[in-house]
Design a protein around this ligand. Structure first.
Ligand code: HEM
Length: 186
C-alpha cells in the first residue's frame, strides 16, 4: 500500500494510472466537445461529463499530492546524470502544477460563463461556481488559460512517456516498472 525506497505502493500507483487515463480522455474529449456546433444534441451532456470528471481529477490530484509528501518517494537510479535528475524533477513539478491549473482554469471557464449553466457532479449535486467575476474578459482569459495549459500538458505527457520508455528499453533500469502494478523490481 505504501511507497518503499525502491517501489511505488498501491495507493500511489492507483492514483497515477487513474489520473493519467482520465487526463488523456479529457484532453481528447475536451478538444472534441469544444469543436461541436451548439446545435449538437449531445453537447450539453458532454460538457457536464467533462466538468464532473475534471472536478474529480482535481480532488484526486490533491489526494495524490498529500500522499506524495506523506511517505518515502523511490530514489532515482544513481546512474542518472545530474541534468537528467533536474529535468525529471522539473517536469514532475510542472505536471503536478498543470494537474491543478487545468481543472481550476476549466472551473473558472464554467464559473464566468454568461449562460450561468451550473456544474452538476455526475447529475448528483451542484458544484458551486468559483468566486470570480463573470465578465467577458475573465471568461476569455479563463478559456485561453485552459486551452494553453491543456496544450502544455500534451507536450509534457509526450516527454514523460518518452522518458519512461527510454528508462525501460534504453537504460534498462527499474524507473518504469516500479510504477507498474503486478511487476517486480530487484
Ligand atoms: C484535468 C482536467 C481537465 C482537462 C485535461 C481538460 C481539458 C480540456 C480541453 C483540452 C479542452 C478544449 C480546449 C480548447 O481546445 O479550446 C477543454 C475545454 C473545456 N473545459 Fe476542460 N479540462 C479539464 C477540467 C475541466 C474542469 C474541472 C472544468 C469545469 C468545471 C472544465 C471545463 C471546460 C469547459 C467549459 C471547456 C470548453 C471551453 C470552451 O468551449 O471554450 N474542464 N478542457
Amino acid at each position: 500500500m505504501f511507497n518503499s525506497e525502491t517501489r511505488y505502493g498501491a495507493v500511489a500507483m492507483t492514483l497515477h494510472w487513474l489520473i493519467a487515463f482520465a487526463i488523456i480522455g479529457m484532453l481528447v474529449g475536451g478538444k472534441y466537445m469544444h469543436g461541436l456546433p451548439n446545435s449538437d444534441p449531445n453537447k450539453f451532456l458532454l460538457y457536464q461529463l467533462h466538468k464532473s470528471t475534471g472536478i474529480t481529477i482535481l480532488a484526486l490530484t490533491v489526494a495524490r499530492i498529500v500522499w506524495r509528501f506523506a511517505g518515502p518517494v523511490p530514489a532515482l537510479p544513481a546512474t542518472m546524470a545530474t541534468w537528467e535528475r533536474w529535468v525529471a524533477h522539473l517536469s514532475h513539478f510542472v505536471l503536478y502544477a498543470l494537474m491543478i491549473l487545468i481543472p481550476l482554469s476549466g472551473w473558472a471557464v464554467a464559473s464566468t460563463s454568461s449562460t450561468g449553466v451550473p456544474t452538476v457532479w455526475f447529475g448528483l449535486f451542484e458544484v458551486p461556481h468559483l468566486p470570480v467575476p463573470a465578465t467577458e474578459e475573465a471568461h476569455e482569459a479563463a478559456e485561453e488559460g485552459h486551452e494553453l495549459f491543456g496544450n502544455l500538458m500534451i507536450l509534457l505527457l509526450l516527454l514523460h512517456v518518452g522518458a519512461a520508455l527510454k528508462h525501460h528499453f534504453w537504460d534498462r533500469d527499474s524507473v518504469f516498472k516500479r510504477m507498474l502494478p503486478f511487476t517486480r523490481t530487484e
